[in-house]
Write a protein that binds this ligand. Sequence first.
Ligand code: F6R
Length: 618
Amino acid sequence: MCGITGYIGYRDAYPIVINGLKRLEYRGYDSAGLMLFNNNQIALTKTKGKVLDLEGIVDQSPSGKEGKIGIGHTRWATHGVPNDVNSHPHFSQSGELVIVHNGIIENYDTLKKELTSRGYTFKSDTDTEVLINLIEEVKKQEGCKLGKAVQLALTQVIGAYAIAVFDKSKPNEIIVAKLGSPIAIGIGEGLKEFFVASDASPFIEYTKDAIYLEDEELAIIKLGKAVGVRKIYDDSIVDANIQELQLSLEQIEKGGYDHFMLKEIYEQPKAITDTYRGRMLADEGIIKMAGIDDNLGKFMRADRIIVVACGTSWHAALVGEYLFEDLSRIPVEVEYASEFRYRNPIITTNDVVIAISQSGETADTLAAIKLAKSKGAFVFGICNVVGSSIARETHAGAYTHAGPEIGVASTKAFTTQITILSLIALKLAQSKGTLSNSAFHMYLQKMQLIPKKVEKLLRIDDTVKHIASVYKEASNCLYLGRGFNFPVALEGALKLKEISYIHAEGYPAAEMKHGPIALIDENMPVFVIATNKGHYEKVVSNIQEIKSRNGKIIAIVTEGDTTVKEIADHVIEIPETEEALTPLLTTIPLQLLSYHIAVMLEKNVDQPRNLAKSVTVE
Ligand code: F6R
């Protein structure tokens, strides 16, 4: 959480820093701030609120826009409520050093007490102000340069960080460091300019060359010099790998849509195609995935697969459980990464662990991976963000290739994760012989048709909009599904609550009578996934139970359905496909529904309150 950006070079830093913050705002948006250095002076502007609020303030004093060096921050509060004082950047006590920070300094209280006893006072409640004063104190004590002071200070820190630090007395350099939170350095032509950011999006129009720092690394960025990277703890010099960025500007813009979320919902036909492109050759009956092919023996010998993830990715993992068990006959356990990491789980070298994460930066998932590795398990990652921490930490993996997902509510990440999981399950089914050859071919053909079917579904947007208008005032909603579509019910409920703030529960349809049925009355909309093959008759009975208690039914059915149509208040039809692939379709109307309800309620769809896109803190 939190976005960091920075610039040093020959251009005006302000537009680069402020636009960079706008692109990083998905990481946190409860306050924002920036520092510019000009004429030997530091101009600091920060405020509670969004980057637009910050821009408004800077517009009032145009001199605050001048300077060829700057650092900025958009915040998701951890220590200290969102207010102007707690916003970043933070000064050291002398006013000489400035810092922006993404992460948590867990031992900040102890450090603060020590610094207080040495005469430091603190303006904010943040852990970050403690860190910058610690750096200042180390610099004073050791009489060293800024880079060394940052390095030594960080050896005293417990926690996670990505930081950028500026020293007024050294205005041609920025120091950055990383542990647990991401940071990228963009390298301008001829080393005449450098960019710093939590991801590469703030600088893609300026350079394609970037270094992604690894954990426990510190970099000294100095104009005219190659970036010097070293290890924080053992002081060894790192031969930093300069990567060529694949990201393009169009990918991170809204492209005519009102919101990123809507754009990303509509991108799903392409995203799903991009996910299986080159991996699934339907006509030849081949699935080839390097990460699986190279490690097939491990999957074939696995006693079980453990899938770890959080949030929407966890819901995709649950779909994966149904897929692996049904198609490949491998026992699966799906774990919340945050529980798994602290539960002393029993993991053996015969286990395969799959970690799923859109961002590839989720702190709990990363910690779960490290734990599984320490117990000898083989860990396979499914990530969207190329080069992300999880992609680097896992033994092997597969990218979803969904393109950047910027809307905080995950949409195309979910369907592309399910696509990858389907490919893996089918590949393993073929290798283990748990699926007949003809069934395998049939699945591949059906998978190939999914993007067109999603396209067709997106055309029913007006029907969904109408349903949204009927139920937008509901204060509670229930989402029910069975089998492959139980996780879709969970995901539908999560989408509604996170962007419209309406309370929603997802439940396995048959569990309803064990409790939630008590909630049903004429004010309760119940969204039921009732596709024709997934325990259809049983779901129809569940629908009857709701109707007889006056609940309102909005059913997602297969095209041509007649039974549910007669009972339900509203129906949304999805094209026919194999039951195992239906989550790729049933989820689409639920995403659209949440989107439209949130828009109708005038909520901030792309930046829902209290949330952030990358959860890089525990
Ligand atoms: C919900 C949502 C979150 C994420 C979760 C995991 O719409 O976006 O629940 O799914 O924070 O994030 P990743 O997949 O990046 O690990």
